[in-house]
Design a protein around this ligand. Structure first.
Ligand SMILES: [Zn+2]
Length: 440
């Protein structure tokens, strides 16, 4: 029997056992609940004991705990923000948590998405999240939504909840959630994180501004970096996710000093928080202003000029003859003819893995004089030996490489020079030529 078959069988067995375990846990939780005596404020003895450390807080008490129990929170995005937020909200005793995410768990999620384990890889995030939350606190009702939130379904989902947490990583969904929250009259606890930094604010709360009041226009799509490209430290994004849970609980408890009309900036590099005051509600805001123009959800991908998901796009910028497959390049590299290979990934990525004889010039540094000189020198050196000259551009997935080809073709117009990109980048190389190359 092959290792793969063995592994498949084990995975199937584990899945079966988990299902059995889940059913037993649900039954046990129900038995325990049935046994409990409800006290005056609608909490049973087990709940009072479980939440006692926060019940002692004068801001909470049994009445506050009942408020938390009676509340419902929708978490959109079960990733680096949504996971820690969900954990703290579940442990604090939120009555109903809805989780929206269309993705399955991948190994590169585990460094920051605390709800999941290695055993969950390949399963739906929302299913694993619901299971984990109920293991922590069986009093919480969890509703998983394995969907992408879009204009057609957003209002229907949101109407069942008191508060919405934005744990997504793209601009189109940010505007969609804002508009849906304004139209449904729900506060939006917004967070974002990249590298060592994070942002936090609450929109559409207590007559404060909405996201559009502050950012009426989406940023140009090419200026937006998500953590799949820019990288993020788990502990940094975790700080913001935990703060989202904290603000949500404060809203439920009707506490003062909710962070609305303000933007909290977290700098994990220097371990500093800055708090900037945002302008107040914009009277001319198209969704929450006095003469609002938007009365229903619009097409947010069109509005933002960007996809409403965190998946990387598959660009198609070049003509067929300007591209080459990994297999074709492999043949060329093995052959006698010489060529120039430029790898436009970051130095950190280049260090992970790279092809022999490649030159690393990061895409973001491509226009720098010294880098263009490196390319020019290589072309001149090759020209002494042969003509025409082939130059190939490689990146991680085959998107930046196309942009680089377009850029370099404008600068180097010598018609003995042929510049092409390698389709699918390192990913394709790993899939088709050398599986030892990691797909990160
Ligand atoms: Zn507004």
């Amino acid at each position: 029997m092959s290792t793969d078959t063995n592994e498949d069988q084990l995975v199937a067995e584990i899945a079966e056992l988990r299902e059995l375990l889940h059913a037993k846990e649900v039954k046990l939780a129900r038995l325990r609940r049935d046994k409990q005596v409800m006290q005056e404020y609608g909490l049973n003895n087990d709940e009072i004991c479980r939440y006692s450390r926060q019940l002692f807080l004068p801001e909470i008490g049994v009445r506050g705990q009942k408020k938390i129990k009676d509340s419902s929170v929708l978490i959109v995005g079960a990733g680096g923000l949504g996971c820690p937020a969900a954990l703290y909200l579940a442990c604090a005793g939120i009555g109903h948590i809805g989780i929206v995410d269309y993705d399955n768990i991948e190994i590169n999620n585990l460094h920051r998405q605390l709800l999941y384990t290695e055993a969950n890889i390949g399963t739906a995030k929302v299913t694993a999240a619901a299971e984990r939350i109920n293991q922590l606190n069986s009093y919480v009702k969890v509703t998983p939504y394995k969907i992408q939130l879009i204009s057609k379904n957003a209002l229907d989902v949101i109407k069942n909840y008191d508060i919405v947490i934005d744990g997504t990583d793209n601009v189109a969904t940010r505007y969609l959630l804002n508009d849906a929250c304004v139209l449904s009259g729900k506060p939006l606890v917004s967070g974002s994180a990249l590298k060592f930094e994070g942002h936090l604010s609450v929109f559409n709360y207590n007559n404060g501004p909405c996201y559009r009041c502050i950012f009426p226009k989406p940023p140009p799509p090419e200026t937006v970096t998500n953590c799949g490209d820019g990288g993020v430290l788990g502990a940094a994004v975790g700080v913001i996710g935990v703060l989202q849970a904290l603000e949500t609980l404060k809203i439920i408890l009707n506490m003062p000093d909710i962070i609305f009309g303000r933007l909290l900036l977290f700098d994990g590099m220097e371990t500093k928080f800055h708090d900037i005051r945002l302008r107040s509600k914009n009277a001319d805001c198209v969704i929450c202003g006095q003469h609002r123009v938007i009365h229903e959800l619009i097409d947010y991908e069109e509005f933002c000029g960007a996809k409403a998901n965190d998946k990387e796009p598959n660009l198609n910028l070049l003509r067929k003859e300007e591209r080459i497959s990994a297999e074709e390049y492999n043949k060329i590299a093995k052959g006698d003819s010489k060529s120039i290979l430029i790898d436009v990934r970051s130095p950190e990525e280049y260090e992970i893995c790279h092809l022999q004889d490649s030159i690393n010039i990061p895409f973001t540094q491509l226009s720098k004089d010294h880098n263009l000189n490196i390319i020019r020198n290589n072309i001149e050196k090759a020209q002494e030996e042969l003509r025409p000259i082939d130059m190939y551009i490689l990146c991680r997935r085959g998107n930046d490489s196309q942009k680089a080809v377009q850029y370099l073709k404008k600068l180097f117009t010598d018609d003995t020079l042929r510049i092409k990109d390698i389709i699918g980048g390192i990913y394709a190389w790993s899939n088709k030529i050398d599986p030892r190359f990691p797909k990160y």
